[in-house]
Design a protein around this ligand. Structure first.
Ligand code: N01
Length: 557
């Protein structure tokens, strides 16, 4: 039976990536639909609604750059928007561009199979709905598949328990309760100070100490907003040149350029400024020169020793000597270390005396120590980068699944495409740069849109990246990785290396070469006519319905 494709593009996920991709498809006259598992748009910002959740990117670059009016009309209230503020922004975008009619909420994709005879994807949802589309674009996000707590005893726990990554809509009441937080990554570090403010007792279970940099959030004044809006061209220009896709200047100096006194002054000033500026605007060699890195690491350890009054607690909070700054993703804190000066907060080291299980009444460590609790909060992280994709049964040419293909770690072309998976693209898939997400989504969505347009405009039915391009990109990623301090993260269970998940192999699943070179390559692919992609026509396959009807402008590449 002939399948007429229902759609040019089916997009999975209605977070930043899916929303941007839908806009891109529409402006090219492609028929598109978004399937979203959650009951609202927002992606990570829908699910991670725990107290204290806010971005680590400054608001004026944690947004879309594709529409000047959208940019000028939106007023960010703070330096770092909170979870409700980011979700409100995304809802506003969806309403402003009338996107709701193309977004299906409460629709989880279970499987996607490529039909080689027809060059079409058949996508199946949890409720059994089947959709046939010419191209499939995943926008599932790098951090959307949370790790389930690994404790069998949790089923019998008499108290409440929550995952930060699946926080309920209803308010959670901490007052008068003995609360535990497990995990001191970015999520734990954000939730801990707020729970501590209300709970009767907060016990933090820490396995690996982290380097938390003060975020130094502030409320934006009208005049500051006016200034930001008047400089937007310059801001996006800065973003395009900055290693993490942020509106910051390179330090233009390395550690050895300055005297020890100057270094101290620079680091003190950067600590006051807070956020990623602390390390992005001090020395350009922080992640490549061990001496520069150790100076920053020790500077933070000394800050911890200064802030935290109890010396034993301070030492526990200091990352160990084999933990270079940045080997795990550095989180931003809002009075994080100060929280450990409160009388109602305890820090428990579970690095050698691990959590054995959850009991009916609390948590038991391996040595038998028990903690009586009313509530447990798991801030225990994600099956990152590949998890959301390999949990869907995605089968390309030859019937092989993405999970099978990526057994030894993901291999992509520019975090955008995979060989043997024709007509399949990823917005910010595995092997993206370690950078500001909306900045990465912009070139990715534009280039993916251009590829799909080209397919449609030439009445072709299949587009696939050549394996040599994947090989070349992966060789480059290995070279970047091996020139940095990031390999130290493997022993420290860094999520971007996959070692945070029992038995998982990720390999080099991120691009540590910086945002600008990656973004240039993504844009060049479209500008140079997709030289690393093969376009073909299967005479038995129906060209997309929309192809006959819609013509795109010449500026759409
Ligand atoms: O997860 P994580 P996250 N027993 O993997 C601990 C983004 N994000 O959700 O380090 C005891 O960093 C684990 O210990 P260890 C951001 O990119 C962004 O916090 O493995 N502890 C670790 O401390 C971030 O990097 C924002 O020894 C256990 C913690 O749980 C990424 O998401 C906000 C354990 C997990 O830390 C992930 O952050 C939040 C166990 N059995 C998140 N299992 C913003 O932009 C795990 N842990 C603001």
């Amino acid at each position: 039976m002939m399948h007429e494709p229902e759609l040019d593009v089916l997009i999975i996920g209605a977070g930043f990536g899916g929303i941007r991709m839908l806009h891109e498809a529409r402006r090219r006259g492609l028929s598109a639909r978004v399937l979203e598992a959650g009951d609202d748009v927002g992606g990570a910002w829908h699910w991670n609604r725990y107290p204290g959740a806010r971005t680590d990117s400054e608001s004026w670059v944690y947004c879309f750059a594709f529409d000047k009016d959208l940019q000028d009309d939106w007023d960010w209230p703070e330096r770092y928007p909170s979870q409700p503020q980011v979700q409100a922004y995304l809802k506003h975008v969806v309403e402003r561009f009338d996107m709701h009619r193309d977004i299906e909420l409460n629709t989880r994709v279970e499987a996607a199979v490529f039909d080689e005879d027809r060059d079409l994807w058949t996508v199946t949802t949890e409720s059994g709905q089947r959709i046939v589309c010419r191209t499939l674009v995943s926008a599932t996000g790098p951090l959307s598949a949370p790790q389930e707590p690994p404790y069998p005893g949790l089923a019998d726990f008499q108290g409440e328990w929550y995952l930060t990554a699946r926080w309920p809509h209803e308010p959670v009441d901490f007052a008068g309760k003995r609360v535990a937080v497990i995990g001191t990554g970015a999520s734990g570090i954000q939730v801990i100070p707020l729970v501590a403010a209300v709970a009767e007792r907060l016990t933090v279970f820490q396995r690996t100490a982290n380097y938390a940099i003060p975020a130094r959030n502030y409320v934006l004044d009208d005049l500051q907003r006016q200034s930001i809006k008047s400089r937007y061209n310059e801001i996006w220009e800065q973003v395009s040149r900055q290693a993490m896709g942020m509106a910051m200047n390179p330090a233009n100096r390395v550690f050895s350029d300055v005297t020890p006194e100057q270094r101290q002054r620079l680091l003190e000033a950067a600590w006051e400024e807070g956020g990623f500026r602390f390390f992005l605007e001090t020395f350009d060699d922080v992640f490549v020169d061990p001496e520069s890195n150790e100076a920053i690491s020790e500077f933070i350890r000394n800050k911890i020793r200064t802030i935290v009054k109890d010396p034993a607690t301070a030492e526990l909070l200091c990352p160990k000597p084999d933990h270079p700054f940045g080997a795990k993703r550095p989180p931003l804190g809002n009075f994080y270390y100060e929280t450990f000066n409160r009388d109602n907060v305890d820090l428990v080291d579970v690095s050698s005396n691990a959590i054995d299980d959850v009991t009916e009444t609390g948590i038991r460590l391996m040595d038998g120590t028990e903690y009586e609790l009313d509530m447990i909060i798991f801030a225990t992280g994600f099956d990152a980068l590949t998890g959301a994709l390999t949990r869907i049964d995605i089968r390309g040419r030859g019937g092989r699944s993405l999970a099978e293909k990526w057994q030894d770690g993901p291999r992509t072309h520019l975090a955008m495409a995979v060989d043997e998976f024709p007509n399949f693209f990823m917005v910010a898939g595995p092997q993206i740069p370690f950078a500001n997400a909306p900045a990465m989504i912009e070139p990715a969505a534009t280039t993916i849109g251009a590829a799909i347009s080209q397919l449609r405009d030439k009445n072709q039915t299949r587009v696939e990246v050549v394996p040599e391009a994947v090989e070349e990109y992966n060789n480059l990623l290995h070279a970047f990785y091996n020139a940095t301090i990031f390999p130290a993260g493997a022993k420290l269970r860094a999520w971007w290396l996959g070692t945070n998940v029992e038995g998982k192999t990720l390999g080099v699943a991120m691009n540590f070469g910086g945002f600008p070179t990656w973004a240039e390559s993504v844009k060049a692919e479209a500008a140079e006519g997709f030289e690393h992609y093969r376009f073909s026509t299967n005479p038995d396959a129906q060209p997309s319905q929309a192809a006959a009807e819609v013509k795109t402008g010449a500026d759409m590449t």
